[in-house]
Design a protein around this ligand. Structure first.
Ligand code: ZN
Length: 286
């Protein structure tokens, strides 16, 4: 069985030429697809849930589906809560066995974000749960969380000071990327990632990866990025795999839900598997 710790996976990647893919799953089909892609590539993987997915399916069901898949997987798999400004949801997922959480305090002013992050870290660490922290907002709205404009931005030194003071385990800063599909070419900040790597050992997380080229990911990994989040790409693979199959059903007038589930899982596994190669995590699972 390979139920892994998020922080172990990310710390092993940091400075070793690869990043751990952190994929936002939405149900048991996407969990199966991502875990099978990780096994095929022998890659570590972090399964992430948005707050929206937790509220839709329930923490108990998601945790059970994760444990069932991870326990049978030959690849190491951990379970993480993505962008969560709601502390009650953090308490809920800690209770149900999530291994790490992103406390998103980027909608608070600095003093409030600082104080609340300290409290969340204390609560999480008491349960053996790691904390990714976001106090300056990553651009774009994802599953109802976030903003399309920079509301709070700080210096790298200030972000490190807050992270160290609060006991944060991973930092999610602005790196020029955005959630969702890009409407214009982003100005990527590999220089900022490198500044973090030079000043702190804390792992840094890249959000908004969908739409970047392989060389962009490589330059971010070379600059020290240890965890790369993938959400939009899975949503597209899931829905477009579904649409392609449903068009076939319509053309042939044959309607078998199990075949639809297989088609979705196959398309998600293919698309996410490509990321394991690009992030150079393939072969790092053992
Ligand atoms: Zn994000």
């Amino acid at each position: 069985m390979t139920i892994a710790k998020t922080l172990d996976l990310v710390q092993a990647a940091r400075g070793n030429g690869y990043a751990v893919p952190a994929v936002n799953i939405v149900d048991a089909h996407s969990i199966r697809a991502v875990v099978s892609a990780a096994e095929k590539a022998n890659s570590p993987v972090i399964l992430q849930t948005s707050v929206k997915t937790v509220k839709m399916l329930g923490a108990e069901v998601l945790a059970a589906a994760y444990r069932y898949s991870a326990a049978q997987s030959s690849a190491p798999v951990s379970l993480h809560l993505d962008h969560c400004p709601d502390r009650a949801v953090i308490t809920e997922v800690i209770k149900h066995g999530w291994d790490s959480v992103l406390f998103d305090a980027s909608d608070r002013d600095l003093d409030t974000a600082w104080a609340e992050t300290r409290e969340v870290v204390a609560e999480a660490h008491a349960a053996g749960v790691a904390v990714e922290s976001e106090i300056e907002n990553i651009i774009g709205v994802e599953d109802g969380v976030g903003s399309d404009v920079a509301v709070h931005s700080y210096s790298v030194d200030k972000l490190i000071e807050v992270a160290v003071d609060t006991g944060t385990d991973m930092i999610a800063p602005q790196l020029g990327t955005a959630h969702g599909q890009y409407k214009s070419t982003p100005v990527l900040r590999q220089d900022r990632a490198a500044e973090f790597a030079a000043k702190t050992d804390l792992p840094v997380v890249l959000h908004g990866g969908t739409g970047l080229a392989a060389e962009d990911f490589h330059s971010f990994i070379d600059a020290g990025i240890a965890k790369i989040n993938i959400s939009t790409a899975l949503k597209y693979a899931y829905m477009q795999g579904s649409l392609a199959h449903l068009k076939e059903c319509e053309a042939n007038d044959k309607w078998d839900p199990v075949k639809l589930f297989n088609a979705i899982e196959a398309n998600v596994a293919t698309v996410i598997g490509e990321n394991f190669e690009i992030f150079r995590s393939a072969g790092k699972g053992a």
